[in-house]
Design a protein around this ligand. Structure first.
Ligand SMILES: Cc1cc2nc3c(=O)[nH]c(=O)nc-3n(C[C@H](O)[C@H](O)[C@H](O)COP(=O)(O)OP(=O)(O)OC[C@H]3O[C@@H](n4cnc5c(N)ncnc54)[C@H](O)[C@@H]3O)c2cc1C
Length: 497
């Protein structure tokens, strides 16, 4: 810090803010990271109670494979965390059996032949289309200028990449293909490849978890990017998410970063239409050349930023609708290890009523802490976090929530209700409190064209000096997507004079 303040102030020490702050501190910038919670991590929280440790937000991570965003982030920061691969990555529980999404190709194709013998050709065609789309999108993003484009030269570059394909790809109609895949739902693509209702239900369940949208609502390109991350492998971190958060906090502080916890930010400091720092709830002013916001958009635009007026109001900003449309409900359980079926994957999705769409109330996630995660529970027991994302509704329905969730677990772990050694239900308000955000989970409308070219990634919000990172600023909602966005923002700032 110099007399004029910090180079960068980051508001919110969720994974996005933490990753950005670490990268910038490592690059030699003076950085302050401020969070209102007593711990860093945001949604990545471990809750320790009665001798059990539960990851109550993220539990398993895609993106640690070679070249994956989390592997790249750790490499750039020079940190390593002990990880263990989880294969199968996901399972979807249909009425009579579980379908496993194996990351290992041989195991996956064996599964497809066993589960959907008449649809193997369709699955192969779909998988290969999604794979090449994801690769094409990665290439396109590498050739794009920082988004959204500024000036005609940048706009022309974006237009060329999106409509004609990246120059580095083989001469194809890649650009046209990307554009078409943004305008086509995954449902239409699955139907084109001849996938039947059972196959579609499996992908619906997985997409609902990955993107909080089903195959009707998400584009083929969006699905391609999300599914590719899972197919490249999912890992568990020994010590839980807290271990990853601690590694990042340690790196940040070693590189001279200032971490201020239990410091709510009341508003951003705006001077001459430029964001110039922040003002804490205690009235302290912290000045910075760049401000990176890692808070939910409803907090940012509703509380921290002043309303736009005059010319600024008319300037196009990436905005809304910011109302959360989904909240999370959860239940923490610990059960005797012997009760768990063999080959239960870390993430198992139960479609409660197979006649209804695999989404909202009808899709329950059962997340099992891996055996590698020592210290999570007394010997002979394992911790499960069970949850679902539902539309917000008036309180007072917690009993129904707990019995619905237990009923779903019973499909996988018969007799769970009488065998559990610990259980606790967490309604949306309790989760919101633990995560430090007003909504337990939020889904925001994001048109894929916004992140591939037409308007760019919503990191820049139309306020000079302000950039945003986190779950809502980058396609996908997983930590690997958050990390990818954080790396782009840190690079944007590092490249600035
Ligand atoms: C139930 C659930 C399960 C998930 N499972 C997985 C999974 O298995 N794998 C995976 O990869 N991803 C998973 N995710 C997604 C992943 O957890 C999130 O995408 C990621 O943690 C979000 O990080 P973020 O950077 O957006 O910040 P957040 O975690 O939202 O952090 C925001 C921070 O801002 C702080 N803050 C807010 N307001 C203020 C203020 N006024 N002043 C100061 N600080 C403030 C908060 O205290 C908080 O620390 C899951 C998410 C949920 C909800």
């Amino acid at each position: 810090m110099n007399g004029l303040g910090y180079d960068v102030a980051v508001v919110g020490a969720g994974m996005g803010g933490l990753a950005t702050a670490c990268l910038l501190a490592k690059a030699g910038r003076s950085v302050i990271l401020v969070d209102r919670a007593p711990r860093a991590g945001g949604v990545c929280q471990s809750l320790v109670t009665d001798g059990f440790r539960f990851d109550i937000g993220a539990t398993l991570l895609p993106g640690f494979g070679p070249g994956g965003p989390l592997a790249t982030l750790c490499q750039r920061l020079g940190i390593s965390v002990p990880i263990k691969e989880c294969d199968p990555a996901f399972q979807v529980a249909l009425p009579a059996h579980r379908v496993s999404l194996w990351a290992t190709p041989a195991a996956w194709w064996r599964e497809v032949r066993r589960e959907f013998p008449d649809e193997e050709t369709g699955w192969r065609a779909l998988w290969s289309e999604l794979e090449s789309l994801a690769a094409e999108r990665d290439r396109a993003l590498r050739e794009m200028p920082p988004l959204p484009p500024e000036g005609w030269g940048d706009r022309l570059r974006v237009w060329r990449v999106v409509t004609m394909g990246p120059a580095s790809s083989a001469p194809t109609h890649a650009g046209g293909t990307l554009k078409r895949s943004m305008a086509t739902s995954l449902r239409a693509t699955m139907v084109r490849h001849g996938l039947g209702p059972g196959s579609q239900r499996v992908l619906d369940a997985v997409l609902w978890y990955l993107l909080l949208r089903d195959a009707d609502a998400c584009s083929t390109l969006e699905a391609a990017v999300a599914l590719q991350r899972v197919r490249q492998g999912v890992v568990a971190v020994a010590g839980g998410m807290a271990a990853l958060v601690e590694a990042l906090v340690g790196r940040f502080q070693q590189d001279g970063g200032q971490l201020r916890l239990e410091t709510p930010v009341a508003r951003l400091l705006v001077e001459g239409h430029r964001v110039a720092g922040l003002v804490t709830g205690g009235g302290e002013t912290i000045r910075a050349r760049w401000l990176v916001a890692n808070v939910p958009p409803d907090v940012l635009t509703g509380t921290l930023l002043p309303p736009r007026r005059g010319w600024w109001e008319r300037r196009r900003a990436v905005d809304g609708p910011w109302q959360p449309t989904l909240v999370a409900q959860a239940m923490l359980l610990s059960v005797p290890e012997a009760l768990l079926p063999s080959e239960l994957s870390g993430h198992c999705f139960v479609v409660a009523d197979p006649q209804r769409p695999a989404r909202e109330e009808n899709l329950v996630f059962i997340r099992t802490a891996p055996a590698v995660d020592e210290g999570q529970a007394p010997a002979g027991t394992r911790c499960l976090t069970v949850g679902r994302f539902v539309a917000p509704r008036p309180g007072g329905q917690d009993d129904a929530m707990a019995s619905d969730l237990l009923e779903a677990v019973d499909r996988i772990v018969p007799g769970v209700a009488s065998a559990m050694v610990f259980h606790r239900a967490l309604a949306p308000a309790a989760l919101a409190e633990a995560w430090g955000r007003p909504s337990a989970a939020a889904r925001y409308s994001l048109d894929t064209r916004e992140w591939l070219g037409e308007r760019g990634l919503p990191h820049r919000l139309g306020w000079p000096g302000l950039l945003a990172v986190g779950e809502w600023t980058y396609p996908g909602r997983l930590i690997c997507n958050v990390a990818e966005g954080a790396m782009r923002v840190a690079d944007l700032i590092s490249e600035s004079a």
